[in-house]
Design a protein around this ligand. Structure first.
Ligand code: NAD
Length: 468
């Protein structure tokens, strides 16, 4: 009996005894032996390659059943996933993580998004269908660990691919546990147990090995500037989802109370670690003070004077980087460490600063945002374009002037532009449309889904098969 099988049996026994999976993860060391969890990238790719062959002869209907099982097992595990994510990564908010994962389970498109296309006419019939690439390499962030695995996983499987994930080292236990859980869900409805694969001990080196592995047909990376650059220079076909610095503009025609409520909710969602959420506020002077008061009615606090100096010292290093120790921490915890006492229920802190301030310029990924006052809506749009840094990621505007909304949408030119809602509406959270957690601005796909993980294949039949 091999080591993987023994470990699986131990896990099943322990599960039956009612011991929680996270304790098991620690005891068995890195979780090698879970379904799809391998010691090396080579082993993971080899398993994914074998399973891809198997998957090629499995019906599309079966793929749909597997995807339904992935959604179901996730919805049944939301609390556990959120708890594990907080415990391992130390980032974000428990209740928000539940909602993020629920959204991914419910609104990630599956096989229904891979409708064939046909053209008919005097010359006959032309058909386009969507074929898999094979084995896809997916590199995932610690900010949305399970969300990205599920969102990529559903889309990639829908198109008939298998996957090797290089998960974030700071979320490796949770990720391995979740990949095992997903594979188990597929296995329990009669499918293969290694459609999704990963290494138990992911590192930058294993990510590099994945990027350069000859059997990886497509790379999909979700993370900061470093991983995007590395993937795009790997020589492989790449879908790259990189960083953002989403501005939110509020102009003098906005419903200020609603804008304040929405932007506090958005900017504090999962403690601001999500790439698409509001990262700085740009307010037209006429409504700036009213906006601040309304924000404070929605569990935000304003920081100024000596307190602001303390907070800058805590959050920005002498060489002008964000202090990573505070990424994804609760506002009250951050402020307490800066010597500022606020209620535990505080969701967001903001500080009125110049546009050049690090709280505005940096992608902080924590619930403290810069607040910039500008004289006019045109000045606000210009500032928003500058502070977005050309990432082309996400931007938000609250306004009731259709011309201003149109002007900003065109000027900022982002993958997601949200009007009069929290930016999370752009991912489908209380907004229309499907969800995506790999928003590929550098390579241009935007909100990725199954279609991006498939090859278009055309078949032409001359003359025959018209019915009119
Ligand atoms: P990160 O860049 O630190 O890590 C992401 C992944 O890339 C990890 O698995 C990491 O191991 C790997 N990695 C990092 N540098 C690498 C390199 N040089 N070579 C190979 N692999 C490398 O990001 P994070 O802290 O986990 O996530 C936050 C960042 O990701 C933010 O910048 C956020 O905006 C961005 N993000 C973007 C999207 C999107 O859809 N555009 C979604 C989520 C997160």
């Amino acid at each position: 009996m091999d080591e993987q099988r023994i470990t699986r049996i131990v896990e099943q026994v322990v599960k039956r005894l009612g011991v929680e999976a996270p304790a098991v993860i620690g005891q068995i060391g890195g979780h090698i032996g879970g379904r799809g969890v391998h010691p090396t990238i080579d082993a993971a790719v080899a398993a994914a390659k074998r399973t891809f062959k198997e998957l090629s002869s499995i019906s599309v209907k079966d793929r749909a059943r597997y995807i339904a099982a992935l959604r179901q097992v996730t919805l049944e595990s939301l609390n556990e996933m959120a708890r594990l994510a907080i415990d391992e990564t130390g980032l974000g908010r428990y209740t928000d993580k539940i909602e993020k994962n629920r959204l991914v389970a419910e609104k990630t498109p599956g096989i229904e998004s891979l409708q064939s296309e046909s053209f008919t006419g005097d010359d006959g019939l032309t058909l386009t269908e969507w074929a898999p690439f094979g084995v896809i390499g997916s590199i995932t962030p610690c900010t949305n660990p399970t969300e990205t695995i599920l969102n990529n996983g559903i889309g990639m499987l829908a198109a008939g691919n298998t996957v090797v994930f290089n998960t974030h080292p700071n979320a490796k236990h949770l990720s391995a546990w979740y990949i095992d859980l997903l594979n188990g869900a597929i296995e329990s409805c009669g499918g293969p147990s290694t459609i999704f694969n990963c290494v138990a001990q992911p590192t930058i080196e294993s990510a590099q090995a994945l990027m350069h592995h000859p059997d990886i047909r497509l790379l999909v990376v979700t993370g900061g500037g470093g991983v995007v650059k590395a993937a795009m220079s790997s020589g492989k076909r790449t879908i790259a989802a990189g960083p953002g610095n989403p501005p939110v503009v509020v102009d003098e025609t906005a419903d200020v109370a609603r804008a304040a409520r929405d932007l506090v909710f958005g900017a504090s969602l999962d403690n601001n670690i999500i790439c698409i959420v509001e990262k700085e506020v740009i307010a037209v002077a006429e409504i700036a003070d009213r906006l601040k008061s309304e924000m404070m009615r929605n569990q935000a606090v304003e920081i100024s004077g000596r307190d602001l100096k303390q907070l800058e010292k805590l959050l920005i290093t002498p060489d002008n980087h964000v202090n990573r120790d505070y990424i994804g921490k609760d506002a009250a915890v951050i402020l307490a460490d800066a010597g500022i006492r606020v209620p535990d229920s505080t969701r967001l802190a903001f500080a009125e600063v110049e546009e050049s301030h690090p709280f505005v310029q940096h992608e902080m990924l924590l619930p403290v945002v810069g607040f910039v006052r500008v004289p006019t809506v045109d000045a606000a749009i210009d500032a928003a374009v500058r502070v977005e840094h050309g990432y082309g990621h996400t931007a938000v505007m609250h306004s009731s002037n259709i011309n201003s909304l149109h002007k900003m949408a065109r000027a900022v030119n982002t993958s997601i532009f949200v009007k009069n809602a929290p930016s999370a509406a752009g991912t489908g959270l209380n907004g229309e449309g499907y969800t995506s957690w790999t928003i590929a601005s550098p390579t241009g796909e935007g909100m990725t889904y199954a279609r991006h993980f498939a090859r278009a294949r055309r078949c032409v039949l001359k003359d025959s098969f018209r019915i009119v």
